[in-house]
Design a protein around this ligand. Structure first.
Ligand SMILES: Nc1ncnc2c1ncn2[C@@H]1O[C@H](COP(=O)(O)OP(=O)(O)OP(=O)(O)O)[C@@H](O)[C@H]1O
Ligand SMILES: [Mg+2]
Length: 242
């Protein structure tokens, strides 16, 4: 049994059918990457899994039980943490306080959360110096690290990451992806990326979404090795760049 099973998922925003019957599995211990162009339905998929968008049809099964349509807080408690698009911090709070907020779903005391937040700076040394600074003083890449650290504070079994590299300079993107390879040692990751090369470089399995449907899926080398597919979905000369 896969950790997460998405079955024939349909999500509508009014008249717009954002997902039109999407099915895929996420196996425990893997990094699964969802690729696709703007508006393909990547974020909607993550939002449906974390309870932020209600499925109109289909099912989402986590550890053998249906979670489709459940309340986001309940889904967090079951072990799914969502780091959404954009890098939201609470500007009145320090970086460390922002990170600690991610653990508010757990029955941990404040001292324990503070200790764990301190430990996060081992994984994210670039933001250690800002621990006691207010969140709004950070750069885009640093904000992204705060957002991922906050997601990890929930101690999720499954971490949903929505475009963690968006708008970041290449060197920062590499730092973010290094962190993903660290995270995967103890957490299953469902990663949304537009950058196919980066997204597949850390993946065990990749899927390409196209206007609300899965166009293809496979192991990264299978996806890249089909030249027609690589050209159509993964960007013209992408294969040569791998
Ligand atoms: N809140 C909303 N209300 C109405 N339509 C929406 C809403 N959110 C998304 N959509 C529409 O649903 C479709 C899928 O959007 P979604 O955000 O899931 O795409 P995406 O693959 O994450 O795109 P991007 O790469 O631009 O983030 C698009 O047509 C989008 O316009
Ligand atoms: Mg999106």
């Amino acid at each position: 049994m896969a950790l997460l099973e998405v079955r024939d998922l349909v999500v509508r925003y009014g008249e717009i059918e954002a997902l039109r019957g999407v099915s895929f599995d996420v196996e425990a211990g893997q990094v699964v990457t969802l690729l696709g162009s703007n508006g393909a339905g990547k974020s909607t998929t993550l939002r449906a899994i974390s309870g932020l968008a209600a499925p109109a049809a289909g099912d989402i099964v986590f550890e053998g039980r249906s979670i489709a349509g459940r309340h986001p807080e309940e889904i967090v408690r079951l072990g799914i943490s969502h780091v959404p698009e954009g890098r939201r911090v609470f500007p009145g709070l320090t970086v460390k306080e922002n990170i600690m907020l991610g653990g508010s779903n757990r029955r941990a005391g404040k001292a324990e959360l503070a200790r764990e937040a301190d430990a996060m700076f081992d994984l994210f040394p670039d933001i250690r110096a800002f621990a006691h600074a207010l969140g709004w003083t950070l750069s885009g890449g640093q904000l992204q690290m705060v957002a991922v650290a906050r997601g990890l504070m929930a101690k999720p079994k499954l971490l949903l990451l929505d475009e963690p590299s968006l708008g970041l300079a290449p060197v920062i993107v590499q730092a973010v992806f290094r962190i993903i390879t660290e995270i995967r040692r103890h957490t299953t990751v469902l990663l949304v990326e537009q950058n196919a090369r980066m997204g597949l470089s850390v993946a065990d399995q990749g899927y390409v979404l196209e206007t609300g449907r899965l166009a293809l899926g496979g192991k990264p080398d299978e996806l890249w090795s089909n030249e027609a597919i690589a050209a159509a979905y993964l960007g013209g000369h992408a294969k040569a760049a791998v």
